[in-house]
Unconditional design. Structure first.
Length: 261
């Protein structure tokens, strides 16, 4: 299923989207498949599967640790695409990784492997829109959405450029800094949502960890919430992981089903 199709279906059902992130291969490939199934059972509409990189500059300690665990367990691009191809998630899958891995594999080959394995979109936090021409071309050729990020300090000129290029959804970084669960929703989140004028769905990430925060972001105008560190923390705990993942996903998804005036 393509990302646009999922958002169209959700709009028809008057729902917002829950996008869940976990790191592929943390703690191992087989467990990742079970975790994805638990996320989908809990109501995740789109699943981001991180392709681990040794220096994940946009990620906080929680996801950095997950990346290192996955790398130590042997995850690499070849095994990543094998893992994706073996899944039957029933929801769009998005690859989140860093440009070094894409460049080393070759842009055309990376996009081809995404399409063949079942990846619907790619997020590359360290690739500016201004430098993404070649990857953008490869993604379009293979029907893959290339999803760009905007932040609270993105100026209007860059915002227009990014919004003109992103597809699937635009990833709105809710606050300055790296990923990680937070105790509150920043005022900057509400401000940037009002600035992002686009027909592409607006998905907010960085810092959302519970139902209340998700509901607040959605009420402010987001079309989707992205939750990562809260799920990765459960994986790291190693205790009743699938059950806890499903419960948290269900709680977050309930906020996406709330009727809004």
């Amino acid at each position: 299923m393509m990302i646009q199709e999922k958002f169209e279906l959700l709009e028809k059902n008057k729902e917002k989207a829950l996008i869940a992130y976990v790191c592929a291969g943390d703690p191992d490939a087989g467990t990742t498949k079970d975790i994805v199934c638990a996320l989908v059972r809990g109501g995740a509409d789109i699943v981001e599967l991180g392709l681990p990189f040794s220096d994940p500059v946009a990620d906080g300690p929680t996801i950095q640790a997950a990346s290192h665990r996955a790398l130590d367990a042997g995850m690499n691009p070849d095994r990543y695409f094998e893992l994706i191809a073996s899944m039957d998630a029933g929801v769009p899958l998005v690859c989140m990784t860093y440009y070094n891995l894409i460049y080393k594999r070759g842009l055309e080959k990376f996009a081809t492997d995404c399409a063949k394995s079942g990846i619907s979109g790619i997020i590359v936090p360290d690739l500016p829109a201004e430098e993404a021409d070649d990857l953008h071309t490869a993604c379009r050729k293979h029907g893959i959405d290339l999803i760009f990020l905007v932040t609270p300090v993105t100026n209007e000129e860059r915002m227009k450029k990014i919004l003109g290029r992103t597809s699937g959804f635009v990833y709105i970084v809710s606050r300055l800094g790296v990923t990680g669960a937070r105790a509150d929703v920043a005022q900057s989140t509400k401000e940037i949502l009002s600035r992002v004028q686009t027909d592409v769905p607006k998905a907010v990430g960085f810092g959302i960890s519970d139902r209340q925060q998700a509901a607040e972001v959605l009420a402010a105008g987001a079309d989707a919430v992205i939750v990562g560190s809260a799920f990765v923390n459960i994986v790291a705990s190693g205790e009743n992981v699938n059950e806890k993942i499903e419960v948290l996903a269900r709680e977050l998804k309930s906020a996406c089903k709330e009727k809004r005036g």
